[in-house]
Design a protein around this ligand. Structure first.
Ligand code: F6R
Length: 357
């Protein structure tokens, strides 16, 4: 139940620090080792390529997960939109492993792919918030998200739970392969949980940004590079689905290849800047759009911030920044929807689980 919250979405945004801590607990043994099924570990170790299949927000989590698995576990990963995979199935590697990411475990587009690849004799792991769901039952292995029921149509805590579990899975695989690592996922996720608490305490600052910049606009753009680009895609999906503002996430480097033509006087442009190696270039993009009249808001990470930034998120490990930077994006969408009198928890035309292809 909502308790004192006006909407499930706000409650679920606020639950994220607790979900992080629950995931740490559930995936840790008493002597602080990672606790994953031996079967999952074996399947990850044995495959030569991973195909992540998902839709919507879960697809966006998959984009972040690809980075973990490639960088930490050294396995090539492709991320596919479930509904597209069926038409243009890529050439598969010799020993593929499929990972289905789905909050509900019922998404028909993802299930269609699962049925197809099982016919071909391949193995599948489902990462879901609903153990016992169709995708969980029909896959060989399941990892649980432990996020608790997600009621609002717009997915929030499931996205961050998916990313956290993918990080743990990547590290577990790296350990199984005896790769060198200087990344302790549990320690870093505990830091993330604290950062999320700081972020969810800053609702007024976000509401103020919405009032000043997103009150009446027809459109809004999100720009970022590298990992931040994935969060831009998720931030724009959140904003469009509940506030009906036309929003797009763009890779900073692509602006000059067409997108910048859309910038007019007053166009809101939200930039995410949490990655040191692209900080200068994304700042350059912010200046380019500002020079064409955009109303820019930079969301940076502590340590990379500048005086003019709209919002600074606490410092977290550079691989895990989406877990922190997405929180103000979720809150932006929430307050934009609220200020426009939209039905936050049940946006028009959308269903919580999409059981048709
Ligand atoms: C966005 C949203 C949808 C879902 C998508 C996949 O907020 O909720 O984009 O992420 O329909 O759903 P699951 O994860 O249940 O397969």
């Amino acid at each position: 139940e909502k308790g004192t919250y006006p909407h499930f979405m706000l409650k679920e945004i606020d639950e994220q620090p607790f979900v992080m801590r629950r995931i740490i607990k559930e995936y840790q043994t008493e002597d602080n080792k990672l606790k994953l099924d031996a079967d999952v570990r074996q399947a990850m170790k044995a495959c030569d390529r991973i195909y992540i299949i998902a839709a919507g927000t879960s697809y966006h989590a998959g984009l972040v997960g690809k980075e973990f698995i490639e960088k930490l576990a050294n396995i090539p990963v492709e991320v596919h939109i479930a509904s597209e995979f069926s038409y243009n199935m890529p050439l598969l590697s010799e020993k593929p492993l499929f990972i289905f990411i789905s909050q509900s475990g019922e998404t028909a587009d993802s299930r269609a792919v699962l049925v197809r690849i099982k016919e071909l004799g391949h193995s599948a792991l489902t990462i879901t918030n609903v153990p016992g769901s169709t995708l969980s039952r029909e896959a060989d292995y399941t990892l649980n998200l432990y996020a608790g029921p997600e009621i609002a149509v717009a997915s929030t805590k499931a996205y961050t739970a998916q990313i956290a579990v993918l990080a743990i899975l990547a590290v577990d695989t790296a350990q199984a392969k005896e790769l060198e690592l200087d990344f302790d996922p549990m320690q870093e996720l505990a830091i993330v949980a604290n950062a999320m608490e700081v972020l969810t305490d800053q609702k007024e600052a976000i509401e103020e940004l919405v009032r000043e910049n997103l009150g009446t606009t027809r459109n809004a753009f999100f720009i970022g590079r590298s990992t931040d680009y994935h969060v831009c895609q998720e931030g724009s999906l959140k904003l469009k689905e509940i506030s009906y503002i036309q929003a797009e996430g763009f890779a900073g480097g692509e602006l000059k290849h067409g997108t910048i033509a859309l910038i007019e006087e007053g166009t809101p442009v939200i930039a995410i800047a949490t990655q040191e190696n692209v900080n200068l270039s994304i700042r350059g993009n912010v200046q380019e759009v500002a020079a064409r009249g955009a109303n820019t808001m930079v969301f940076s990470m502590k340590g990379l911030e500048q005086d003019t930034d709209a919002f600074v998120i606490p410092h977290v490990h550079e691989l895990l920044t989406p877990l922190a930077s997405v929180v103000p994006m979720q809150l932006l969408a929430y307050y934009a929807a609220l200020h426009r009198d939209c039905d936050v928890d049940k946006p028009r035309n959308l269903a919580k689980s999409v059981t048709v292809e």
